[in-house]
Design a protein around this ligand. Structure first.
Ligand code: SAM
Length: 255
C-alpha cells in the first residue's frame, strides 16, 4: 500500500471512529464494534448476519473492515422500533436531515456517507421469522434478544446454516445467569456429540440432518467476553464452531 492509500484509509477510519464514538454509547457498542473490525481484518468472513442494527455501529465497522480487505458482506436486520424514541431523547446525535428520516432512510444515509454500499445491506423487518440467506454464514451476531428461549430459537434457526468454521456472537448472554448456564450446558452436550431435545425442537425438520452432521463433525468453543465497565448488558458470548481436526480454524499453515 502506498502512502496516499494508507492516508486515505486512515482518514476514513478516523471519520468512522468519530461517528461511532458519538452514537455507539446509545447501545454500548463503540468498543465491541472495533473488536469485530479487527477480527474481520484477521479472519475475512465472507457472509455476516447481524440481528438488531441499533444505530449501525457494529455493521459499519464490520463493513469498513470488509472494504479494506476487499471482500465480504454484512446483512443487518432491524425493525426500527427504537428509532422514534432515540430521536426524541438524543436529537443532537443526528444531522438536521437525518432527524426528518425514517430508520431505513437513516441507514441508507450513513451507509452511503461512509461509502459502504458494496459491503453492508440493511433489511428493515421485525423478527422472528429469521432470515434465510442462500449461503452459509461465517458469523452471526445476535444483538436484540438474549433470554434462554430466544437463544434456543436463534441457534435452532442459524446453527445448521453456519459454515464449517464459523462464529456465533450473542450479546449480553454471558452476564445473564440463565443464558450463561444454558450456553455452558449446550456446548458440553454438543461436544459430546449430542443435540439437546430443546435445540432440536427449535430447528426446522428440514434442517435436522444439517444440524446432526455439523455436531458429528465439529468441536465447539464457548468464550465469555465480559467488559470491566459499570453498565448492564456488558458482555458477549462467543460460540466458535470448527471442524473436528488436529489444527485450528480458520486454517493457517503450521510453523
Ligand atoms: C441493542 S440494539 C442493537 C445494537 C447494534 N447491534 C449496535 O451495534 O449498536 C437492538 C436493536 O434491535 C431492534 N429490535 C428489537 N426487537 C426487534 C425485533 N423483534 N425485530 C427486529 N428488530 C428488533 C431494536 O430496534 C434495536 O435497534
Amino acid at each position: 500500500m502506498n502512502d496516499d492509500t494508507a492516508l486515505a484509509q486512515a482518514q476514513s477510519f478516523a471519520r468512522l471512529k468519530a461517528h461511532t464514538d458519538r452514537i455507539g454509547p446509545v447501545y454500548g457498542t463503540e468498543d465491541w464494534s472495533m473488536f469485530l473490525y479487527a477480527l474481520v481484518k484477521m479472519q475475512t468472513p465472507l457472509a455476516v448476519v447481524e440481528l438488531g442494527t441499533g444505530l449501525g455501529a457494529t455493521a459499519l465497522w464490520v463493513a469498513q473492515a470488509m472494504k479494506e480487505v476487499g471482500v465480504g458482506r454484512i446483512w443487518t436486520i432491524d425493525s426500527g422500533q427504537d428509532w422514534p424514541a432515540i430521536l426524541g431523547h438524543s436529537p443532537d446525535l443526528f444531522t438536521q436531515a437525518q432527524r426528518g428520516m425514517d430508520f431505513a432512510g437513516y441507514m441508507a444515509d450513513i451507509v452511503a456517507g461512509f461509502g459502504l454500499q458494496d459491503h453492508l445491506e440493511f433489511i428493515g423487518r421485525t423478527m422472528p421469522p429469521y432470515p434465510v440467506l442462500g449461503q452459509k454464514l461465517d458469523w452471526l451476531f445476535s444483538d436484540f434478544r438474549h433470554g434462554p428461549n430466544d437463544i434456543l430459537e436463534i441457534l435452532g434457526h442459524f446453527m445448521p446454516r453456519m459454515a464449517d468454521s464459523s462464529s456465533i456472537f450473542i450479546d449480553s448472554a454471558s452476564t445473564s445467569f440463565p443464558s450463561y448456564a444454558l450456553l455452558e450446558l449446550l456446548t458440553a452436550q454438543l461436544n459430546a456429540g449430542k443435540v439437546p431435545g430443546m435445540l432440536l425442537r427449535t430447528t426446522a425438520p428440514d434442517q435436522h440432518e444439517a444440524l446432526w452432521q455439523q455436531v458429528r463433525r465439529s468441536r465447539y468453543t464457548l468464550m465469555h467476553m465480559v467488559e470491566r465497565k459499570a453498565r448492564v448488558q456488558n458482555s458477549t458470548a462467543w460460540l466458535k464452531i470448527e471442524p473436528a481436526d488436529l489444527r485450528p480454524y480458520p486454517t493457517a499453515p503450521f510453523h
